[in-house]
Design a protein around this ligand. Structure first.
Ligand code: NAP
Length: 233
């Protein structure tokens, strides 16, 4: 994808986060696959991250209850207090109580589960899907380093709930982003969609930063800065 950037419109780095691929991923997955309706409950994992943060804020803008799942108190506080989600479950602190804590945060069940992580979080969420739930299958970050196949959700549950699980890769849809361009930049400019960047300076620090990403050490869109950014002076 090539994009001509206007340095007067927004900091250039936003083209790598909320106004670029991660923002498009959130918007496409939620709006085209999740199809949220006002009053429904949308749950998103990796909620403080580049994709998840936009998913929850869009869900709120479309009248839904937004529930995040994130690792750690700081991330959960940010998700609720800064981003305006209705609730956030700290999956690290919850441990064996994860199912119960998600139930408390989403007492009417889950209509849309925006899947970013897989693993234990997915196992606690899937039994709580409502009938006709939609699952945009965006990422499975907890499983990327696993050597063994994860068995995944119980297909019987998906059957009886008549759930729709749709995997997607955002680059297949770069040509269909008119709705994104209409909605998201204006919401960012108005402060209705907030974002956070985690900027690591120097290409020599990229490998460590990448390994940290797979352990949740980043807080916001992880970027490696290799040159001065004139739009930030
Ligand atoms: N389908 C597509 O086209 C597409 C496009 C872009 C991104 N993605 C996927 O979308 C997901 C989010 O991407 P992003 O750029 O927004 O990343 P991100 O949220 O900024 O960073 C990744 C986050 O994943 C969480 N995480 C890492 N290891 C985990 C584990 N073992 N269990 C649970 N959570 C874990 C961490 O947050 P916590 O500390 O909160 O756990 C970490 O901060 C990723 O799975 C990515 O691969 C898919």
């Amino acid at each position: 994808m090539s994009m001509k950037l206007d340095p007067n419109a927004a900091p250039l780095s936003l083209a790598l986060s909320v106004l670029g691929m991660p923002g498009m991923t959130a918007w496409w997955g939620l709006m085209h696959i999740g199809k949220p309706k006002a009053g429904e409950t949308v749950v998103v994992s990796a909620a403080s991250g580049a994709v998840g943060s936009v998913v929850g804020q869009l869900a709120r803008l479309h009248g839904c209850r937004a529930v995040g799942i994130a690792g750690g108190k700081d991330k959960c506080d940010y998700v609720v207090k800064e981003l305006g989600f209705d609730a956030c479950v700290d999956y690290r602190a919850a441990g064996a109580n994860l199912f119960k804590e998600i139930r408390a945060a989403a007492p009417k069940g889950i209509d849309v589960y925006f899947e970013n992580v897989g693993g234990a979080v997915q196992a606690a969420v899937v039994p709580q899907l409502n009938d006709f739930a939609r699952v945009p299958l965006c990422g499975l970050i907890s499983q990327y380093n696993e050597m063994q196949m994860n068995p995944g959700p119980d297909w019987r549950l998906l059957l009886v709930k008549r759930a729709t699980v749709t995997g997607f890769i955002v680059s297949d849809h770069f040509g269909q982003m008119e709705g994104f361009w209409k909605e998201v930049p204006a919401a960012v400019k108005a402060g209705k969609i907030k974002y956070r960047e985690d900027i690591v300076k120097g290409i020599e620090n990229a490998p460590e930063a990448f390994m940290g990403l797979l352990k949740g050490k980043n807080f916001g869109k992880l970027l490696v800065q290799v040159a001065e950014d004139p739009t930030r002076k």
